[in-house]
Design a protein around this ligand. Structure first.
Ligand SMILES: *[C@@H]1O[C@H](CO)[C@@H](O)[C@H](O)[C@H]1NC(C)=O
Ligand SMILES: *[C@@H]1O[C@H](CO)[C@@H](O)[C@H](O)[C@H]1NC(C)=O
Ligand SMILES: *[C@@H]1O[C@H](CO)[C@@H](O)[C@H](O)[C@H]1NC(C)=O
Ligand SMILES: *[C@@H]1O[C@H](CO)[C@@H](O)[C@H](O)[C@H]1NC(C)=O
Length: 279
């Protein structure tokens, strides 16, 4: 625990060392400068948790009754059976909310952790989510953002550097930063690529992360998932996986699974028919 807390302090001493932080594996500071999210503001928000520990590890969003979307670095090296997904609550302590269980993880096939690229993954659930007021899928945004667009970032995170993890979901408005400007701000590093949506926290503080995999929404539609940033470095925009850029990846897997289940249904129907005929 101690080393986790100390790491950001060491890393933030210089950007020149090219260190980048993935929240929350290496840092406990996530949304800093946020506030308690308004009731019902993010019914698509989920908490990805260890099934054994019950601890919150990453954020994510519901995009379909069977699918959750998050960052690939949240699922890397782990089995689907190691996770549970908490839905329908903005309070981690609330007992009335529902858990769902993934049976498959689909990581982007070109996920390149060292290059910070294609950091996006889908989790397929073993049963369909029951939607209600507090639990809803989010629509995917395909439109290009204009510079200065305001995005809503939500997640559970500490309220200040090294602070406690709140049980209440936090929200923060951040400003979209275009690709060229973002890359230039990162000394033209190739770590920032066109698959990223960058944002700046205009509260002017260095640290402004949501949870890894956590949703950024514009006009009620999902535009990005938290990827990486530099918590202690003032003025460097954070980078998130762009939903528009990964649209094909998402759609392909969602429609493939629908086709699969259609095939299964068809098989069952055919089986039923055969049995009928054999009687
Ligand atoms: C949830 O349940 C736990 C243990 O069953 C209890 O300690 C806690 O107070 C409950 N929380 C709420 C918000 O009811
Ligand atoms: C889904 O997985 C969980 C955990 O393994 C299990 O308890 C539950 O029964 C499963 N649900 C279905 C519909 O298979
Ligand atoms: C759900 O939404 C309906 C219609 O907007 C409202 O009447 C109801 O009070 C809501 N229920 C909860 C639990 O928020
Ligand atoms: C980044 O690239 C732009 C355009 O090629 C150039 O004008 C700028 O000086 C570069 N900045 C750094 C820090 O290398």
């Amino acid at each position: 625990m101690l080393s986790i807390l100390l790491l950001p302090l060491i890393l933030c001493s210089s950007y020149a060392s090219s260190q980048i932080l993935y929240p929350p594996q290496y840092t406990t500071n996530r949304i800093v400068g946020g506030e308690d999210a308004a009731e019902g503001v993010a019914p698509y928000q989920i908490s990805l948790q260890g099934v054994g520990s019950g601890l919150h590890s990453c954020g994510g969003a519901i995009i379909d009754e069977r699918w959750i979307i998050t960052a690939a670095h949240c699922t890397r090296g782990k089995q689907a059976a190691g996770f549970r997904v908490l839905t329908g609550t903005q309070d981690l302590q609330q007992n009335a909310s529902r858990y769902y269980y993934p049976d498959k993880i689909v990581e982007h096939s070109d996920y390149a952790p060292r290059k910070y690229r294609n950091d996006i993954a889908l989790l397929h659930l073993n049963e369909s989510i029951v939607f209600d007021n507090a639990t809803q899928p989010v629509e995917l945004d395909h439109e290009a953002l204009v510079p200065g667009s305001r995005l809503l970032l939500t997640g559970w995170g500490t309220l200040s550097l090294g602070g406690e993890v709140p049980s209440r979901l936090q929200s923060l408005e951040v400003t979209y930063v275009p690709f060229e400007q973002c890359r230039a701000a990162h000394d033209n590093s190739s770590r920032v690529d066109i698959g990223h949506v960058c944002t700046f926290n205009d509260k002017g503080r260095g640290a402004c992360h949501g949870d890894s995999g956590g949703p950024l929404v514009h006009n009620g539609k999902l535009v990005a998932l938290v990827n990486w940033g530099m918590p202690c470095a003032k003025g460097y925009p954070d980078a998130h996986a762009s939903i528009a850029y990964y649209h094909d990846f998402i759609r392909t897997h969602l429609s493939l699974s629908k086709t699969d289940s259609l095939d299964e249904n068809l098989e069952e129907i055919m089986k039923g028919k055969n049995e009928d005929y054999s009687i």
